[in-house]
Write a protein that binds this ligand. Structure first.
Ligand code: ATP
Length: 583
């Protein structure tokens, strides 16, 4: 409960800071509106009593008061409604949505992507930042409307105590509504996985080019559409069931409230004076709307909690998963990187992907990692990039635990072309430089991407990616963009190329490796940088200072090309197969 109170204060303070005028006006209106409903009945009763007494001045004052109250009730209420919408939209888009995005983007590792609890909560929050801000105002409105209702009940109770029976009737109604909301919240969380599946399949069927091609080739589109429909069917079925149960509770509640209200008004009408009857009837006519408003905002407050729970959970998750490490990475590597008995299993799985891996990567070395498919090469690279932490063992950077190095600082000290590189729909230049301040021309040259740039209609300023109106590139061209990006950072300590030329032709591959090998040597002389190249092509790795041969998560051999050939082990076998295939 305390965390909700803190969040509420935080959101209102945010509104005050960004839009002080609107916020003060709205808070002021919510205070004034607590007496507005009762004021309608009281001014109309005063008008009737002044008319009965025949006092012209009293009639004039009462009529003016009633007109003012009615105008405020209708006019200012509408302005307050519009201001609230504006405020909620602005604050959610400029403050709360970025907080949600930052909470995800600044997580130091990528472990959370395998955590269904994390994914379900982030899915629930998608596009819902407005609801988080609206909740803060709904709380204020619910409180203001509830106080207004109590003031009105005090006035009505003064007229006839039977009218107080409206309060327990409303309480029963609220309790029944709550049961229904709880059911809806439970079903929402339970169906989050199906909802995610439905959206991902939609993307695969309609806009994801990689999946789209395969669905066509394998004739699996109909099956994917069927699975998508089934996922949606499960979502809607469970939501409809919850909505029906909630509606049942709600209707029963309204029945109780409506019955009590009708009886109370009947009793007052039977015994009241003309002024009191006008008061009871005028307030009675609006009473249902006022109760509904108070209930609606109160229910919204409760309903929004299904989003506030995940929101607070995410903020707490981001806070507790913040990088505790603060040691600065070295400016240059002296000893290098050492892996000691490193083991790793992906979250949610049981089979270790890396087992008891120990190896020293000397400063300034070009290290090649080879091995069968699925042997753990990419996983090793992910551990070096601190995307995951080893389950046991340690990784030392110049004798300092990698886990103790500030993650953002370590990432700023490395550069990488990952196997599953991103395709960013922005200009070629932005896609390559991505915040780096290196020289675009030499970066393009090293990635052998000069011919690609010369073919782009607007050169480096060309927008890439057809999805947002740019031009589409081939797989190999996208890979060159990713490669160029990895070369844009001027002085990385760790330079990772994970299958950097898998989509490229042989001449391109040769040109790139010659340049990157030269660059690696230059970097090594500059700051002792280590280059790690994962490749299936043995011609590529023969010149490496150290070759690591992986098999089923284990390091089976390591050494230079000649040493490994002499050893006549797995490397020699694989090299032989490769050489024969390319003879
Ligand atoms: N995110 C993940 N969650 C669970 N298992 C994973 C994940 N990523 C990879 N694996 C598994 O870990 C093992 C090693 O994968 P990894 O990508 O490291 O191998 P690799 O040697 O790089 O393979 P390739 O040569 O095909 O790129 C594989 O069995 C793979 O299925």
């Amino acid at each position: 409960m305390r965390e909700y109170a803190r969040l509420w204060r935080e959101l209102i303070a945010l509104c005050l800071r960004r839009y002080p005028g609107s916020t003060v006006f709205l808070i002021g209106w919510h205070v004034v509106s607590t007496v507005m409903f009762a004021a309608v009945g009281l001014t109309l009763r005063a008008l009737v009593e002044a008319t009965q007494a025949g006092t012209v001045t009293a009639i004039g004052v009462a009529a003016l008061g009633a007109a003012l109250v009615l105008t405020l009730n209708l006019g200012v209420e509408h302005i307050a409604y519009l201001r609230t919408i504006h405020l909620v939209e602005r604050i959610s888009l400029t403050e709360v949505e970025p907080r949600i995005l930052r909470a995800c983007a600044e997580l130091p590792q990528v472990r959370h992507l395998e955590d269904p609890e994390f994914l379900d909560r982030v899915t629930t929050l998608r596009g819902q930042s407005g609801a988080v801000v609206d909740w803060a105002w709904a709380v204020l409105q619910a409180v203001s409307a509830t106080i207004g209702l109590l003031v009105a009940l005090a006035v009505l109770g003064g007229v006839n105590p039977w009218l107080l029976a409206l309060l327990p009737c409303a309480a029963v109604q609220l309790a029944m509504e709550r049961l229904g909301r709880k059911k809806i919240a439970e079903e929402d969380l339970a169906s989050a996985e199906d909802l995610r599946l439905h959206r991902e399949l939609y993307d695969d069927i309609c806009v994801n080019p990689a999946a789209l091609k395969e669905l066509r080739v394998y004739g699996a589109a109909a099956q994917a559409i069927k699975l998508q429909a089934e996922a949606w069917e499960r979502v809607t079925r469970s939501r409809a069931r919850a909505a029906l149960i909630a509606a049942g509770w709600s209707s029963a509640g309204w029945l109780v409230f409506g019955g009590g209200f009708t009886l109370a008004i009947f009793l007052v009408t039977a015994a009241g004076r003309p002024g009191d009857i006008i008061l009871a009837v005028s307030m009675g006519v609006q009473f249902r709307n006022v109760v509904e408003h108070a209930l609606h905002r109160s229910m919204q407050v409760g309903g929004y909690r299904r989003l506030l729970g995940p929101y607070l959970w995410l903020m707490e998750y981001a806070r507790t998963h913040r990088d505790p490490a603060d040691a600065a990475p070295p400016a240059r590597l002296r000893r290098g990187i050492e892996l000691r008995n490193v083991s790793f299993t992906y979250p949610g799985t049981t089979k270790p992907v890396l087992e008891d891996l120990s190896v020293h990567l000397p400063a300034g070395a070009v290290v090649a990692v080879v091995g069968e498919y699925g042997s753990g090469k990419t996983t090793l690279v992910k551990l070096l990039a601190k995307m995951y932490a080893p389950d046991s063992g340690s990784i030392l950077v110049d004798d300092v635990e990698l886990s103790a190095l500030d993650t953002a600082g370590w990432r700023a000290s490395m550069s990488a072309a990952f196997q599953d590189f991103g395709r960013y729909c922005t200009t070629f230049e932005d896609s390559v430089m991505m915040g780096a301040r290196g020289d675009l021309n030499s970066t393009v040259r090293d990635a052998d991407a000069e011919a690609l740039v010369s073919r782009l209609p607007d050169g480096p300023a060309t927008e890439l990616g057809r999805r947002f109106g740019g031009i589409e590139l081939s797989e190999g061209q996208w890979q060159k963009v990713a490669l160029a990006r990895s070369g844009a950072r001027p002085r990385p300590l760790l330079f990772v190329l994970d299958e950097p030329t898998a989509s490229l032709d042989a001449p391109s591959e040769h040109a790139i490796f010659t340049r990157y090998a030269r660059r690696s040597r230059e970097l090594a002389a500059l700051n002792g940088a280590i280059s790690v190249i994962v490749s299936h092509r043995f011609s590529t790795v023969a010149d490496a200072d150290l070759i690591l041969v992986m098999a089923a998560g284990k390091l089976v051999e390591s050494g230079r090309h000649d040493e490994l050939l002499t050893r006549n082990g797995m490397y020699a076998d694989l090299y032989g197969i490769h050489a024969a295939a390319h003879a």
